[in-house]
Design a protein around this ligand. Structure first.
Ligand code: SF4
Length: 345
């Protein structure tokens, strides 16, 4: 009996000593919260290295085993750490909160923006392609319009502009030698009427526009009397360059220049052509008849477009009494177009 008490006392003394050593090693306050923790803190082995006595576990945290070697503070911290931290401690260093947050959280707006920008194609690729330089369209290569090729108004304007550029530099006949400007046209390419004269005079040669001298001013009055604005009709000539001393163009000059007029008329497709003077009628239909006989009688251009021959405005300046016939011819044109005009006798 005494021997048993002595053993019990020795066992108790060893447990107290072990607890005190654990306490000194860990600096923890109070007792471990779980018997297994105390057991772990005191060491899994008995002081003699044998297996722990079952009865210690049965005693709970009060079951003090034999003192174990003092645990390191690290080991002690791990022992008291929350389970999650303990499991993290088993492997590599746990990610710091900042690192974990950065890894798990969605990209910040700045990051997204930067990534989106990086993912974007280069700015140049997003931009509309730079307008490629226009192919150099030589005026000389401008397509010729024909009656079989309908064109839009925009195409008409474009092609006429190309044709005008070609005429501007044309040297196909000797008339280019004395010109100041080639004179292509004036007025609307969308007009239903085209007035065709003979060729530029001195004023037209200087200004580069047809019918801008005294004869042109009279023509403007005729056009206004018909109810059209000055530039509401299309006006051009048989030849585009002024003949010297305002002489009549030679047949060869007219023939050489005629493709330009043919292209103009093919593009515009007017309902009526008003031929001003004998040379204009000759250049359009090749007749050599005098204008006195021709005027007031319908002709056809290329079998399709009605032509009304009448006196040239320059003639009217010299012969004002002929205005009555001209007005009669213009009224006939208006009748043909379904328009009415005041009777100006
Ligand atoms: S008159 Fe006609 S063909 Fe002769 S140079 Fe002038 S544009 Fe050319």
């Amino acid at each position: 009996m005494v021997e048993a008490l002595r053993e019990e006392l020795a066992d108790l003394t060893a447990s107290v000593r072990a607890f005190l050593e654990w306490h000194a090693a860990t600096g923890a306050d109070g007792l471990p919260g779980h018997p297994s923790a105390l057991h772990e803190a005191l060491g899994a082995s008995s002081p003699d290295g044998g297996p722990p006595a079952p009865r210690r576990a049965e005693r709970g945290f009060a079951g003090l085993d034999a003192p174990s070697p003092p645990a390191s503070r690290g080991g002690s911290d791990a022992a008291f750490a929350p389970p999650a931290q303990r499991s993290d401690a088993g492997g590599a260093s746990p990610p710091q909160p900042e690192r974990r947050s950065a890894a798990a959280s969605p990209p910040q707006p700045e990051q997204r923006s930067a990534e989106a920008q990086a993912a974007r194609p280069p700015v140049q690729a997003q931009r509309s392609p730079e307008p490629s330089p226009r192919p150099a369209v030589s005026a000389a290569s401008a397509p010729r319009a024909t009656a079989a090729q309908p064109v839009t108004p925009e195409e008409r304007v474009t092609r006429l502009a190309l044709l005008a550029e070609e005429v501007r530099t044309c040297q196909k006949c000797p008339l280019h030698e004395g010109r100041t400007h080639a004179v292509f046209s004036r007025g609307s390419p969308l007009s239903e009427i085209v007035f065709v004269g003979e060729g530029p005079g001195a004023e037209e040669d200087l200004q580069g526009e047809p019918f801008v001298g005294p004869a042109g001013q009279l023509l403007d009055k005729m056009i206004a009397a018909m109810g059209y604005p000055r530039d509401g009709v299309y006006i051009c000539n048989i030849v585009k360059c002024r003949p010297p001393q305002n002489r009549k163009p030679e047949p060869a000059e007219m023939a050489t220049c005629s493709p330009y007029l043919a292209s103009q008329l093919a593009l515009i497709k007017p309902k009526v052509i008003v031929a001003l003077g004998a040379t204009a009628v000759q250049g359009l239909i090749g007749t050599t008849e005098g204008i006195t006989k021709l005027r007031g009688t319908w002709k056809l251009y290329k079998g399709t477009i009605p032509i009304m021959p009448t006196f040239h405005p320059a003639y009217l300046l010299r012969q004002p009494s002929a205005k009555r016939e001209v007005w009669s011819d213009l009224k006939e044109v208006m009748r043909h177009l379904g328009k009415s005009a005041p009777d100006r006798g």
